[in-house]
Design a protein around this ligand. Structure first.
Ligand SMILES: [Zn+2]
Length: 363
């Protein structure tokens, strides 16, 4: 059975580029001296829908789940498609094996990267037999990432030593110790895996607006919709919807239980993002399970609340401005308690204050 690729908008096939000749085996060039962090990256796999699996890469509550990446796999008789490949380049080979076992197939058809952040594409190298698909805009971001890889690795080493220090001074069993142990493990393990071989693997196929992957399962079509979003978490986020299975992969658009951060780095038109999210929720009413890039699964209601928050905060700031308030007055009027009670208890309230300042000062 052959997978047909339906191009809704412009899609072009770029040459597959696996750069960094020989991978970052060469990165040993400035001798990382990474100590063996011990434990493996734990990967758990569970079924979400008839054809959809969730792999949790870094499913390690004992270190506070700090490295947890959610990977979605869609199994059809024609092959396996994977959404995001996690942070750890070598553990991705084990991820691949686990998915192949769980779906009883060795054939990987597509890999979709939801955005350019390293914890969503570092595992691509384990899936180079599949067609790797991403938004066209992530290519320059990956090039930049690759060009600066040495400083990225140096930063990981610095963080490793800082967290190791924090761990040594934190009280045994305290939340600080848990967090420090998690991050120290994450950085040590990552550096170790990079030493064992890492290359930045670019998409084979890029698109700009939307793309439908028409998988085939025993003769039946099983569509996977790739939907480019107006900038929000990054400059090129892609939402992945499997309508027939009632599942969507959010990438990092939303984090479960947290007020969404309006990033000054990327967001230029928040209303456009809200409109697009609302359109997607209205168009795919079958979807009631949302898989964020990290953390627990989200319900449709939770996603609706996130979108409502973004919609209302834009309007509310405008109203305060129209009423000639100053920022202090607006912050008081628009606090979680006074105006956004439906967001009460979600994450760090400071994020909401940051959002108010961001919108007040203009995107
Ligand atoms: Zn991200």
């Amino acid at each position: 059975m052959v997978l047909a690729l339906l191009l809704i908008a412009s899609a072009d096939v770029a040459a597959s580029r696996s750069v960094l000749d020989g991978g970052l085996r060469a990165a040993g060039r400035d001798a990382m001296l990474v100590q063996d962090p011990g434990a493996e990256v734990v990967i758990s796999v569970e079924q979400l829908a008839e054809h959809v699996l969730l792999a949790r890469v870094g499913d390690q509550p004992e270190i506070g789940q700090v490295i947890l990446n959610n990977v979605v796999a869609i199994g059809a008789s024609s092959g396996i498609s994977v959404v995001d490949t996690g942070y750890f380049p070598q553990s991705a080979y084990r991820l691949r094996e686990l998915l192949a076992d769980a779906l009883a197939s060795e054939s990987f058809e597509y890999v979709v990267n939801t955005h350019w952040h390293w914890d969503h594409h570092n595992g691509n190298q384990a899936f180079t037999d599949a067609a790797i698909i991403a938004h066209e805009g992530i290519v320059p971001a990956l090039e930049l990432f690759e060009r600066d890889i040495d400083s990225f690795l140096a930063q990981r080493r610095e963080r490793l030593s800082a967290w190791t220090q924090t761990l040594s001074s934190a009280a045994e069993g305290s939340p600080e110790a848990l967090e420090a142990r998690g991050w120290a493990f994450a950085h040590a393990r990552f550096l170790q895996e990079v030493e064992a071989g890492y290359e930045v693997v670019y998409p084979d196929i890029t698109f700009t607006d939307a793309l439908t992957l028409r998988l085939r399962d025993l003769g039946e079509p099983l569509d996977v919709e790739l939907l480019a979003m107006p900038s929000f978490h990054s400059d090129h986020d892609v939402l992945v919807v499997v309508p027939d299975e009632g599942v969507a992969a959010l990438g990092d658009l939303f984090f479960p239980g947290e007020v969404p951060l309006i990033s000054t780095d990327y967001v230029t038109d928040l209303s456009a993002f809200v409109r697009r999210m609302s359109e997607i929720l209205a168009a795919y009413t079958s979807v009631d399970l949302f898989v964020p890039g990290h953390g627990r699964l989200m319900s449709r209601d939770e996603v609706v609340v996130m979108v409502r928050y973004l919609d209302e905060i834009v309007q509310a700031v405008e109203e305060c401005r129209a009423a000639d308030m100053d920022l202090t007055g607006a912050k008081r009027a628009l606090s979680i308690e006074n105006r956004f009670l439906f967001m009460h208890g979600l994450g760090d309230p400071a994020t909401h204050e940051v959002n108010l300042e961001t919108l007040w000062n203009g995107l």
